[in-house]
Design a protein around this ligand. Structure first.
Ligand SMILES: Cc1cc2nc3c(=O)[nH]c(=O)nc-3n(C[C@H](O)[C@H](O)[C@H](O)COP(=O)(O)OP(=O)(O)OC[C@H]3O[C@@H](n4cnc5c(N)ncnc54)[C@H](O)[C@@H]3O)c2cc1C
Length: 383
């Protein structure tokens, strides 16, 4: 689909497509083996060289200030082979914008991250639940000019190899962002293996970690008095991003299964000539294209200043559950070969499952939709 894209967006999409096919595809299975960190870091540097990390950064800070759609189509292309790289891009292209509100941390890290010389990530998941703010305990206390952090953060993408982690936590009931350099005394990270999307999670423990107060940033627009104060506070960043990864993932596995079904024969005919298989591909095509229409319409509304918060909550479960359905159907198209890890097909299903959970689960987004629809007793379940 290119009918909504400008010439510039089509050109960027083509760069992302060539990179994915020529450089990511030949090495992607490294992500699922012992060299996974090295693969992510190598590719992260290449994405920096290609300028992808600067796409969401404002022009005044040396970025390209690309429209939302541009970033989404890059995520989409990368995710046809490797959604984990799109996640890396999200963390290292979007999170640096937070550094713009933290001058001391910005001076040290901003350019390094955008050049691919350092990596960063964000840690928000409290063991009591990522959005269960009313049950969170305080992460920080103030001691003179320093915050002192004590607590844990789970399931953090990239934490085992990151140089800088923006830790989100409560101070006096309000969210703050704390820029934590991973060499800081009191910080320990354990690797937690996970089923897809590449490298291990980081499970982080913070024990009397000290960070200068003037390096940190208050974020009262997210949580105040231990309650989410703004529907969809952060989803401007993340529901569309994850949804475009789900779209790309579905397209990537679809293309592979379609080619396979055309070449694989049964009773002398391509498997693709079987009615049951044709119906399956026609339905998957419909799922992919309806998701694309919704996703890019929401992005366009956002770019035109007509943000629709409810649609932003709707697209995340719609797109990611669609990706699970498509990945499962495509895996079955490959028969036994689809179940073998070495063919690189079953990984799409494992990756898709992760997308339904990261950045708040489908259930949590449906709770938010119910709340925005004014259903009795409903409350925001996701940010
Ligand atoms: C691939 C991946 C990458 C991730 N990367 C990061 C990262 O980089 N940094 C980070 O901080 N975290 C990360 N996470 C963690 C992720 O954001 C959380 O796991 C996810 O948002 C769900 O939160 P939880 O695990 O606390 O679930 P819980 O809050 O413990 O939820 C438990 C169950 O209750 C349901 N539930 C909870 N609240 C509601 C509600 N209000 N309405 C309806 N149902 C509800 C959930 O659907 C779930 O079934 C990642 C997770 C994955 C899978």
């Amino acid at each position: 689909m290119s009918y909504f894209l400008t010439e510039e967006q089509q050109a960027i999409r083509d760069v992302a497509r060539r990179f994915t096919q020529a450089e990511v595809r030949p090495r992607v299975m490294e992500l699922y083996g012992p060299g996974s960190h090295r693969f992510i870091l190598d590719m992260g540097r290449r994405m920096a060289e290609l300028g992808f990390l600067r796409l969401p950064i404002p022009e005044f800070a040396g970025g390209l200030q690309a429209p939302r759609t541009t970033l989404l189509i890059v995520y989409e292309e990368l995710s046809k082979e490797c959604p984990a790289l799109a996640l890396h891009l999200m963390l290292n292209g979007v999170l640096p914008a937070i550094l713009l509100g933290m001058p001391a941390a910005k001076d040290k890290w901003f350019e390094k991250v955008l050049a691919g010389e350092a990596t960063m990530t964000g840690a928000a998941t409290d063991p009591r639940g990522v959005a269960n703010f009313s049950e969170w305990s305080e992460l920080a206390v103030l001691d003179g000019d320093n915050f002192v952090l004590n607590g844990t953060r789970n399931y953090c993408t990239g934490a085992p190899y990151a140089d800088l982690i923006i830790v989100f936590g409560l101070y006096q009931g309000t969210t703050w962002a704390f820029p934590l350099e991973t060499g800081t005394p009191g910080f320990v990270v354990r690797e937690d293996p996970k089923m897809g999307l590449g490298t291990t999670f980081g499970a982080m423990t913070l024990t009397d970690v000290r960070i200068a107060r003037d390096r940190c940033m208050e974020m009262p627009g997210w949580v105040k008095d231990k309650q989410m104060v703004q529907a969809n506070g952060l989803s401007v960043i993340n529901t569309l991003d994850i949804s475009s990864m789900a779209l790309g993932l579905a397209e990537g596995v679809f293309e592979k299964a379609f080619d396979y079904a055309r070449e694989r024969t049964n009773a002398g005919q391509p498997v693709l000539s079987l009615g049951a298989i044709q119906a399956k591909f026609a339905q998957m095509k419909a799922q992919i294209e309806t998701t694309r229409c919704l996703l890019f319409s929401i992005a366009r509304l956002l770019e035109e200043g007509r943000q629709d918060k409810m649609l932003e909550h709707i697209i995340k479960p719609v797109a990611t559950e669609m990706a699970v359905d498509v990945a499962r159907q495509c895996m079955q198209t490959f028969g036994g070969a689809g179940y073998c890890t070495e063919t690189g097909i079953e990984r799409y299903l494992r990756d898709a499952m992760g997308l339904t959970i990261g950045e708040c689960t489908s259930d949590m987004h449906w709770s938010s939709v119910a709340s925005l629809m004014g259903m009795p007793g409903a409350r925001l379940g996701s940010f």
